[in-house]
Write a protein that binds this ligand. Structure first.
Ligand code: HEC
Length: 275
């Protein structure tokens, strides 16, 4: 039975999750405890499935689809880009340890030298520049296909985002503030839906929990284009009738940093199919 989404302010429970002075470790532990209370039957490692973890029949349909993923051809296209030599003869694999295997789970990280959060897409572009090539735009489907393949090389890697040092912590805190700040005409924060109302239904969609949200990108959506994590941020901004920010903006990168930290310890699943 679909329950109607009732925006009860779960402020008491939530208060435990967003103590302003809490460390990242405490933030994450508090949130794990909070979700365990709401979803006592869902195993932590199943949080990567988002709402599928709340619905056994949808999950088994998904497993059937993933046995023969409909995006296999697109993944091959991404592999071609990954393996095509640059003008200097080198390939993307030369920019990453172990040829790019099991590396994506440390992204985003905070780079002291540039005082910026570096996403995996930024690292791909840094590789292009280091080899005398032009950046790919976040929005281009080539970037989506390329990262789908490049991240698939880290499939199953446990996410391990580090927040070390004052500046890294400041970027994390900015991302966290973004997640918990109400905005848009509807005056919702990301947390209004994905923390306070996780598991409930909104206009027919069940709402996923924050932990696990960053673990499985990009998504190949049935009937539409490939969706990267930051494209999903834009869609969710629109859900609250707010003008989305630009992909690769500092705000979104900080948000991705915070959000991915919250999925630490979960296995990456890349890419995935969603209806
Ligand atoms: C009005 C409710 C609402 C708000 C506010 C909202 N979202 Fe969502 N979000 C959804 C719905 C509905 C979905 C699709 C169902 C699902 O997976 O939760 C979704 C999906 C997502 C997903 C993909 C989950 C997955 O596993 O595929 C991410 C990531 C996400 N939201 C992040 C955010 C962020 C970051 C914000 C704040 C900028 C935000 N959301 C604000 C409703 C909302």
């Amino acid at each position: 039975m679909k329950r109607k989404l009732t925006f009860i302010l779960a402020t008491l429970l939530l208060g435990a999750c967003i103590g302003a002075k809490a460390s990242p470790v405490e933030d994450r532990n508090d949130l794990i405890t909070y979700y365990k209370q709401i979803f006592p039957d869902i195993k932590f490692e199943d949080y990567i499935y988002g709402t599928l973890s709340m619905n056994t029949s949808a999950k088994s349909q998904y497993d059937d689809i993933m046995a023969f993923p409909p995006y296999a051809i697109d993944l091959d296209k991404g592999q071609k880009v990954w393996e095509s030599p640059f003008k200097n003869g080198k390939q993307f694999s030369s920019c990453f340890p172990d040829g790019g295997k099991n590396v994506a789970g440390i992204y985003p990280y905070y780079d002291k030298a540039t005082a910026r959060v570096v996403t995996f897409e930024n690292a791909i572009n840094a590789c292009l520049r280091a080899n005398g090539e032009q950046d790919l735009s976040y929005g281009e489907s080539e970037m989506g296909l390329l990262t789908a393949y490049a991240r698939s090389l880290s499939d199953g890697m446990k996410i391990n985002v580090r927040v070390e040092g004052v500046d890294a912590l400041a970027a994390y805190e900015k991302g966290k503030a973004y997640y918990y700040t109400r905005r848009g005409q509807l005056n919702f924060s990301c947390a209004s839906c994905h923390v306070n109302n996780a598991g409930k239904f909104l206009r027919g969609d069940q709402l996923s929990m924050m932990i696990g949200q960053a673990s499985h990108w990009p998504e190949f959506l049935a009937g539409t284009d490939i969706v990267t994590l930051q494209k999903r941020f834009m869609q969710c901004n629109r859900n609250t009738r707010e003008i989305p920010l630009k992909a690769n903006s500092e705000e979104y990168n900080d948000l991705e940093y915070f959000l991915t930290y919250m999925s630490n310890g979960l296995p990456m699943q890349s890419p995935v199919y969603r209806k």
